[in-house]
Design a protein. Structure first.
Length: 430
């Protein structure tokens, strides 16, 4: 069974009477019931798209029609929709190089021109300009262009401290996610939501499409293996936008002590799940193109092994190899570059496969991982402790070591994926 089995969009379970007038239709569509709690989430998105995708009786979402937007645009581009939430407020913004508008203007620069009072910028892994290595501590600083203070949310301070939020009236979150559990932007979202809830500061998520939105696949994370590269009981590929994921965090009670964030999601306009999406800018230094983003969920599992995924080359997450694999057809040598100051196997020949031209995958692909394990002579040195954090379970390593096929391993995910898909449905905006 493939991952696409678990991906489907809602079809309304009701039919409006034919006699209902257009005016009444629009009025009723303004109130949609969503969260299990009393907390309201406000979503700005076209009414027609909203009605086509949701069960009204389960949602509690006020929908504001944006008739001027007839083309696809991200939440950040719907300034008319979220301006009232920021007007005359002191604003904190969680963003990085991906927070751009349709004309490539950065959101921070745009808001400054609109006289929005930005108090602080909060930066995730890789920093505000997105050039720090994976795992590299990002320090506080100042934006050279706007002179605004930058607070790092990667390193020892992954959650905004109360004193860092003092004086802020509203927080804005605008990061380009890639739909993968161990991609840390959703962990940053969790901590920002938690901090905002505790300080009673509303949070506005400016939504963006997920380039892997049509894939829901992989083992469900087991709570005992929760970490910053996997905080929630979801599969490796969750198939949600970051706005949808934020609603799920809030309503499933995953924040500390069950606190609720005053969350508002500004949805993409003119967007549907069937649309393809090519990212206009690298979401992080080692995801340089669409091919890397598509292969990242599958190849990132190698980060928990003795195999390189091409950091230190120009084909990051499009190749894999190590000095311990057979020297057959393909070889590469990692060297320091942007995003990999000291790559794994720096200056050493790595043997493996070039996947930069393989057809786009539509699931979490295990065949390369299994092949590399089988071809490694000393298998006791193949896995390291990070693999369990990435997989979210010890079972995947045990299954590979036991010689199970990819099909047999995938079959063990089926029940968990079905349960997740049913839970996830109620939070889908598109």
């Amino acid at each position: 069974m493939t991952d696409t089995t678990f991906f489907s969009s809602y079809k309304p379970s009701f039919a409006l009477p034919k006699s209902t007038s257009i005016a009444l239709f629009l009025l009723l569509s303004m109130i949609v019931f969503s969260c299990k709690t009393a907390q309201q989430t406000v979503v700005y998105s076209p009414v027609k798209e909203k009605l086509a995708k949701h069960k009204l009786e389960k949602h509690k979402t006020a929908v504001i029609l944006n008739a001027k937007n007839t083309h696809f645009s991200t939440g950040a581009s719907n300034f008319e929709g979220f301006y009232p939430l920021l007007k005359n407020k002191k604003v904190g913004i969680v963003t990085n190089q991906t927070g751009i508008l349709l004309d490539s203007t950065h959101l921070v620069d745009f808001l400054v021109t609109k006289n929005i009072m930005i108090a602080k910028i909060f930066a995730p892994e890789h920093g505000f300009r997105g050039i720090a290595d994976a795992g590299e501590t990002v320090v506080d600083g100042k934006d050279t262009k706007t002179s605004l203070p930058i607070i790092s949310l990667y390193g020892d301070n992954k959650k905004p401290k109360p004193e860092q939020l003092e004086g802020i009236d509203v927080m804005v979150f605008d990061l380009q996610d890639v739909g993968v559990r161990f991609y840390t932007y959703i962990s940053t979202l969790h901590y920002v939501m938690e901090a905002c809830a505790e300080s009673k500061i509303p949070l506005v998520i400016l939504d963006r499409p997920n380039p892997n939105i049509n894939i829901v696949d992989g083992p469900i994370l087991e709570p005992e293996y929760s970490s910053f590269v996997g905080m929630h009981p979801v599969p490796i590929l969750h198939g949600m936008t970051i706005g949808e994921y934020g609603e799920m965090i809030n309503c499933e009670g995953w924040l500390k002590n069950g606190v609720q964030c005053n969350l508002k999601v500004v949805a993409c306009s003119g967007y549907s799940r069937g649309m393809g999406y090519n990212l206009p800018v690298k979401p992080s230094p080692n995801l340089p193109n669409d091919q890397a983003i598509n292969l990242y969920p599958s190849l990132c599992l190698f980060e928990g092994t003795n195999v390189s995924v091409g950091r230190g080359t120009d084909k990051q997450f499009q190749i894999y190899g190590s000095p311990f694999l057979p020297n057959i057809d393909f070889c590469f040598m990692p060297k320091p570059n942007l995003g990999a100051k000291d790559p794994v196997y720096n200056g050493k020949d790595c043997y493996g496969e070039d996947l930069s031209h393989v057809f786009k995958v539509d699931r979490l692909e295990l065949k390369w991982l299994i092949k590399a394990y089988n071809e490694t002579e000393d298998k006791t040195k193949f896995f390291n402790s990070f693999f369990t954090k990435l997989a979210g379970t010890k079972k995947l390593q045990q299954q590979i070591e036991a010689g199970l096929s990819a099909a047999e391993i995938r079959a063990s995910w089926e029940t968990g994926l079905i349960e997740f898909a049913e839970m996830r449905m109620q939070y889908l905006i598109y």
